[in-house]
Design a protein around this ligand. Structure first.
Ligand code: PMP
Length: 470
């Protein structure tokens, strides 16, 4: 009998050698290669709760959580059951299913709020002020499912261009929205200058459709809108930046951005791929725009991109937004988008089960685990005299090796990044798997119980010493 089980022998080193012969760099996504921390990446064979196990049989407390999706912990039994039940009914139909409607309804409902009369400060629908006030107002009226965050943002941008009839896009330095050509762009010489390719293979004319601005700088956005009047289709922004380490928006930044976009006839695309359903039941928008429960809605983006948690660890992402814009998508409207595996039944089952289980208790647990770790990491580094700042956005956090908190990409780049490699390896040696780059957020899960947190806390003094000695 032949077996399709992967070969789980050897060491991480021998696995890496083997992988590099047949996979570029041995990995299917660059950060997994441990380039910035050195050494062989851990080849994982299983994951459960707060722990992952490598090919050598070593267990680690995991702070990667599959880069975000695993908010309930790995292999939650109810999510696994939902997926295996779905699998038994068929892996993929390439046809509509009741479950995908149920997922869309779940998301629409979860992101809608009761609002008092007329209490939306920036309402693109223009119907929340005055007499026709809706009782409930949603971030998302309709949702289109795709398979990756990259597709979600790529589609949101095409949709914004189709809707506005304009070509240009504003993004922020250090923000990541996936790897579509126009988003792999880096700043030109000035704020109003069109961007340059940030990767080989991106044609200059495509990068030149993007303006890359410093984060948390509304003046730069204003200047760009004035310099390219009538040409900018959309501003895309991570709800809170978390791909350069965590850098939260300054108070009022996302609202100001939405207002500027709307003043200039452009759309605001909020990228909640990483933050959505993780930092709160309603993502970062829920923390940022809904300060008072039942109170004012501070801003309403036109389109929002989701990924990660929405698929519970399976490939699933989505674009949501107001109906008028969403209905520009094919087959209703003229903007084309499609996907063979879009709305895949296994992914939808995992997403539905995850969202169903992600209740207030889960978010409380995430917040508590995150706060404990923030406090303990900071205390350990302080004891060793290591200059640092804990960067946070809800329960997402990262450690910046600099005294002063970062507000933009230039600040993040100026930190003592050389301290991270030794810190990372000391944690790994002690059985804690951090994201292998200083530019990544740390992800807790609801399965990070006292025992898991205790193991992390025990590992911190040696890691802080290693960072200090670097
Ligand atoms: N947007 C954000 C904010 C992300 O963090 C990511 C992935 N880390 C993406 C988009 C792209 O998602 P994916 O990797 O699923 O293509």
């Amino acid at each position: 009998m032949t077996t399709t089980a992967p070969t789980t022998t050897g060491t991480n080193e021998t696995q890496f050698d083997r992988a590099r012969r047949v996979i570029p760099g041995g990995v299917n996504s660059p950060v997994r290669a441990y380039r910035s921390v050195g050494g062989a990446p851990r080849f994982l064979t299983s994951a459960r709760g707060a722990y992952v196990t490598d090919v050598e049989g070593r267990e680690y407390v995991d702070l990667v959580a599959s880069w975000g999706p695993a908010i309930l912990g790995h292999a939650h039994p109810e999510v696994v059951r939902a997926v295996t039940d779905a699998a038994a009914r068929g892996l993929s139909f390439g046809a509509t299913t009741p479950a995908e409607t149920e997922l869309a309804e779940t998301v629409v409902e979860r992101l809608s709020v009761a609002i008092p009369r007329g209490d939306v400060r920036d309402d693109p629908r223009g119907d929340a002020l005055g007499s026709g006030v809706p009782q409930r107002l949603g971030l998302v009226d309709e949702l289109r499912l795709v398979s990756t965050g990259t597709e979600a943002t790529m589609t949101a941008i095409r949709l914004a261009r189709g809707f506005t009839g304009r070509p240009l896009l504003i993004k922020f330095a250090g923000h990541y929205h996936g790897h579509s050509d126009g988003l792999l762009a880096e700043a030109g010489s000035g704020v109003a200058t069109l961007a340059l390719p940030a990767s080989a293979g991106v044609p200059e004319p495509i990068a030149a459709q993007t303006l890359v601005l410093p984060y948390n700088d509304l003046d730069a956005v204003r200047t760009a809108f004035e310099a390219h009047s009538g040409e900018i289709a959309a501003v895309i922004v991570e709800a809170a930046a978390a791909n350069m380490g965590v850098v939260a928006p300054l108070p009022g930044f996302n609202r100001g951005l939405t207002e500027l976009a709307h003043e200039h006839g452009a759309l605001l695309i909020l990228d909640e791929v990483l933050t959505g359903f993780r930092v709160s039941a309603r993502g970062f928008w829920g923390l940022d725009a809904l300060q008072t429960p039942g109170g004012a809605v501070d801003y309403l983006p036109d389109l929002t991109a989701f990924g990660k948690v929405i698929g519970g660890g399976m490939p699933l992402a989505a674009i949501g937004g107001r109906r008028e814009v969403m209905e520009y998508l094919a087959p209703v409207g003229p903007v084309y988008q499609a996907g063979t595996l879009s709305g895949n039944p296994l992914s939808v089952a995992a997403g539905l089960a995850t969202l169903r289980l992600a209740d207030a208790t889960v978010y409380d647990r995430l917040d508590q685990a995150s706060e404990t770790l923030q406090r303990e990491v900071s205390a350990a580094l302080t004891r060793e005299g290591v200059a640092h700042s804990i960067q946070r956005a809800g329960n997402l956090f990262s450690v910046l090796f600099a005294e002063r908190p970062a507000v933009d990409y230039a600040d993040v780049q100026a930190q003592d990044s050389f301290r991270f490699g030794p810190f990372f390896h000391a944690m790994l040696d002690a059985g804690v798997a951090l994201p292998p780059s200083v530019f990544e957020a740390w992800f807790v899960t609801a399965a990070h119980d006292d025992e898991a947190l205790g193991r992390i806390i025990e590992a911190l003094p040696a890691a802080a010493r290693a960072a200090g000695a670097a």
